[in-house]
Design a protein around this ligand. Sequence first.
Ligand SMILES: Cc1cc2nc3c(=O)[nH]c(=O)nc-3n(C[C@H](O)[C@H](O)[C@H](O)COP(=O)(O)OP(=O)(O)OC[C@H]3O[C@@H](n4cnc5c(N)ncnc54)[C@H](O)[C@@H]3O)c2cc1C
Length: 471
Amino acid sequence: MPLLYVNFLSPVPRRAPFKHCFGHTIDAKRSVPFFPNKMLISLLREAVGWTGVVSSNLWKTGPRAVLSSFLPVLVYSFPSLRKVMLNHKLTGDQLEYQKLARDFAERELAPNAHKFDSSAEFPREILSRAFESGLLNTQVPEALGGLGLSTYDGAIIAEELGAGDCGIAGSAEASTFAQQFLIDFGSKEQHDEYLTPLLDQPALAGYAAGGGIKSSRVFFRREGDEYILSGRHGAIINGGVAQWYLVRAQEDRRETEGRSKGGSSADKESFSYFIVKADDDGLVFGERSALLGRRCMVATSARFEEILLPATSLLGTIGQGLEIHTRCLTKTYPLAAAGMVGVARASLEHAIKYAKERTTFGVNIGNHQAIAFMLADMAKDVEAARLLVYQAAQLADQGHVSTTEAVCAKAFAQDMVMRTTCDAVQIFGGYGFSREYPVEKLMRDAKVYQLFENTSESTKVELGRELVMSV
Ligand SMILES: Cc1cc2nc3c(=O)[nH]c(=O)nc-3n(C[C@H](O)[C@H](O)[C@H](O)COP(=O)(O)OP(=O)(O)OC[C@H]3O[C@@H](n4cnc5c(N)ncnc54)[C@H](O)[C@@H]3O)c2cc1C
């Protein structure tokens, strides 16, 4: 394993004075000299793709030397943390996507946010205009006539739409998540049947793939070449307004294993994905839920009443669900987290504006340290979440299969957006609680991010499991 040699404290450039460390050979050509003040830049340039970092400071004494020696060794020893040196500079194309999405958000989403929040009307016309602007179905491959954008590109767009109004953008977001599964694991026939029609006219997809075991449980059984789906799902965004739904189902072994058991824990890990069309017999949606936030999104429960599906509706193979889920979340989680960054950014921008306008005790409230600290915390949270999103998205685009970065991005953003929007309400004081000001809506909108696409607790469970399993 070649190691990168970094001398942190030496005042002059030095090459590695040793050939072996921790049982590994140091590649002389890659043992580059460093000035301390250029260390970081050199590290950024040199470290990508390298397999380790060691420091000659192990030979020196004192806590500073030891710390500066071991920290990089530790960081670069973890495979999942090793590829953190990524380029977050937006390309010319990405700046254009960002501008397109930002203009759309400022023109169509932000000015209508309050109206659709109050009426809870499904924003069909605005979604049609998003389709015409090219902002729906952005990840569908070019080969099918789509834009074929990367996860990183998609995240840039998702942040802008989230900052405009995550309620109106929510339908598009859920549709993108469902599509991602088909993009990555669908056959050519499934691409033609389900993805291509989404490019012909404004249309959406939905997914019934999350939810707690009790509230959402869909089973399948085989009959010859066909499958029969039964069960229910607690909440599906775009339920009743989408063209097709991606549905997660477990093999039904209740007859053979006893109804009360409802499957062993191994079964719960073993599941499959099916595509159900809106007009399939037996798909029955419940009443539309009245939501706390993102109120114009359509979310309904659904019953699957012995739906007969052809073999071609199976995504991948039987029992491949966990693999499909794991691979796809490396893309869907950063996209979801990017929307959260957008909402948090919007609340920060409102809070800064208000802190400059509102005066108490003869000064703008932004001059009070309590408010300035709150703004500073919000700003660093937004920046950190965005970087986690960019990192996870870029790694997903590079085909990196570890889910750690995606789960970190989502776990951090889920709680960050709640904190940030609550603080914005606090900065607005009593007005923050009033519907006449924009921030209470953002706080209500933010709450669902801690609940859907896995609750914050479940996301942390997922992350903990990944960390333990990767050791
Ligand atoms: C507005 C809205 C839209 C939604 N849209 C969709 C959609 O489009 N598609 C979809 O598939 N799902 C959707 N959902 C469902 C969502 O994914 C679930 O609500 C969510 O996964 C939680 O499941 P649950 O409601 O059954 O909660 P439960 O699983 O009953 O959880 C209750 C509480 O227990 C905690 N908990 C549960 N298990 C653990 C554990 N192992 N460790 C620690 N804590 C735990 C949870 O974090 C939570 O706090 C939507 C939900 C909402 C609110």
